[in-house]
Design a protein around this ligand. Structure first.
Ligand code: ADP
Length: 400
């Protein structure tokens, strides 16, 4: 029997999963990936081989729709049917917020579930969804080990000063501090940068995770010293639909002068801002690129995105005390050569120089030889969850 892990990433109406075989001491090996979409409405299930070839699919009409619980139990039954020589040994969950308490992945228990549920107000749009499949599996499959893997944990290496807001002490005591997110992605990049350039991996590096969500992380010798996201995943860079860092007084203005409720203000800042809000067209960089030649607002959205990346990069270079290299990752970072070219062009002062031919083909190294290097490295957050899950369950089963 091959011990197998399932990695889950749950959203409000979706459940993405990847199935990994654990072979010897090597990295867990991806077998299948898939997702449930439209949960709670008309739902779809689709699973592909590692190669991308379709393996299976299913649909549920709205009146017979399934929720997260139904999806998870369907997945377990589906795995049973397709398992061949495999035996499911654990589930790894992506959890956006581990708060102050969780600086590392942890085996799920009643106590852990309760502690994580208490963190929901810190990430109201993500945490409750992340926890749904965990609660279901804990209840319905109580003997199957589960591991919670956090987007915040990677940033626990930051100094206390780097995590503070200049707010009253009593607010910090309530957990109002900078946490930072996308830690699973930064963990992956730090782990593979060693293979690309060991000297760079030991130095001062900024990783630009530019996807629908976007943030930058300053790494010193592979550990996080500062990042652009703070208390929530709303902070820092403008994103697909999130505003990024704004003057906090804008929220009071929305509540008092624009007559918004807190929920409406939250919805505008999370779902109607960023690239979508500025362009009034789309949150999708591909669409903006297509329309940019003839659409001023699409151009402005892209220009503001690049401008904010450059401003925040300058801030992180100051936090690092210099820059040895820059790594682009996630949907835009991996695929949009024009964004990478604009960012590198704006960092000539920091010693970066673009190799245009390498950039147009996606690198991995996209800088010409000069004082600092630039790279494109595809991220793999699911692999980090699989690694962490394997490590936690191995440690839990070792004799103490
Ligand atoms: P998520 O944060 O949801 O995981 P992704 O990392 O998939 O997001 O990034 C989505 C973003 O990547 C979108 O803005 C999309 O337009 C952009 N993107 C994906 N492929 C390309 C491409 N070939 N060229 C430009 N942008 C791309």
């Amino acid at each position: 029997m091959i011990p197998t892990l399932v990695v889950l990433n749950a959203g409000s109406s979706s459940l993405k999963f990847q199935v990994f075989d654990m072979v010897d001491r090597a990295d867990p090996e991806l077998v299948w990936r898939g997702q449930y979409e439209g949960l709670g409405r008309a739902a779809r299930f689709r699973v592909t081989q590692k190669s991308g070839a379709l393996l299976d699919q299913a649909e549920w009409a709205a009146e017979r729709g399934i929720d997260h619980e139904g999806a998870l139990m369907h997945l377990v039954a589906w795995l049973q049917q397709y398992r061949n020589e495999r035996s499911l040994v654990a589930i790894g969950h992506r959890v956006v917020h581990g708060g102050d308490a969780f600086a590392a992945p942890v085996l799920v228990s009643d106590e852990v579930v309760a502690k994580l549920a208490k963190l929901a107000p810190l990430a109201p749009l993500h945490q409750p969804h992340n926890l749904k499949p965990m609660e279901v599996a804990h209840r319905r499959l109580p003997t199957l080990p589960q591991v919670a893997c956090f987007d915040t944990a990677f940033h626990h290496t930051q100094s206390e000063i780097a995590t503070m807001f200049a707010l009253p002490r009593t607010m910090r005591d309530r957990g109002v501090r900078r946490y930072g997110f996308h830690g699973l992605s930064y963990d992956y990049i730090a782990s593979v940068l060693k293979d690309h350039d060991p000297q760079l991996a030991a130095g001062k590096v900024i990783v630009a995770h530019l996807g629908n969500g976007a943030s930058l992380c300053a790494l010193s010798g592979g550990t996080s010293v500062a990042t652009t996201m703070g208390f929530s995943a709303l902070d820092g860079l403008p994103m697909g639909t999130r505003c990024g860092a704004i003057d906090a007084s804008i929220v009071f203005y929305m509540l008092r002068e624009m007559g918004c409720t807190a929920d409406e203000a939250e919805r505008i800042l999370y779902t109607q801002s960023g690239l979508l809000g500025v362009s009034s067209l789309s949150n999708d960089m591909r669409t903006l690129r297509t329309h940019a030649p003839s659409n001023t607002e699409a151009r402005k959205a892209i220009d503001l995105f690049v401008y904010r990346i450059l401003r925040e990069t300058g801030s992180l270079i100051a936090a690092l005390g210099g820059l040895d290299g820059l790594v682009f990752t996630a949907g835009i970072g991996e695929n949009d050569a024009a964004t990478r070219a604009a960012v590198v062009a704006g960092l000539t002062w920091a010693g970066l120089e673009l190799d245009e031919a390498a950039n147009s083909t996606g690198g991995p190294k996209i800088s010409s030889s000069s004082s600092a290097s630039a790279w494109v490295i595809p991220t793999n957050e699911e692999l980090v969850i699989a690694r962490q899950t394997r490590d936690v369950i191995s440690a839990a089963t070792l004799p103490h």
